[in-house]
Design a protein around this ligand. Sequence first.
Ligand code: AMP
Length: 148
Amino acid sequence: MKDFKTILFAVDFSQSSDYAFQFALSLAKKYDARLLIIHVINEPVDLRGFYVPHISFEKLEQEIEVGAKKMMEKFCRTQIKDYSKYESFIVPGIPYDEIIKKAQEQSADLILMGTHGRTGLDHVLFGSTAEKVVRKSPVPVMTVRFAE
Ligand code: AMP
């Protein structure tokens, strides 16, 4: 079997991805793998300058990025105690697409994610990220179901 040298974990800061992360961390430790953690800021429909002035949109995007970075820092601080071979990434775009792109770009051997994540409008509009990654990724995917 192929070694897991690089594992990509997709985080949406839900309870389900917190749970799935325990599997990613323990696999990374077992294989002494690089653990890459990605969060994708869902790109809104491009309405710049149409409903709101350009400047308000840019300000909003900056605030979203600052908030996402803070959430990622907190996630890493609370979830990773004794492992240093990790890196985090925050990118804008369509989550399933960016997750697969990052896995290919970083030559990941495995993508690990939850089976469900944050609920709400995002989910209604964009559907299941896990399902799309499983269907489209050329990189093997492991999903972890969170039983409430
Ligand atoms: P979903 O299928 O959309 O309910 O989400 C399932 C899993 O996909 C989550 O537990 C995360 O692992 C991952 N995921 C969902 N949205 C994102 C996102 N915006 N960025 C990174 N990972 C995500």
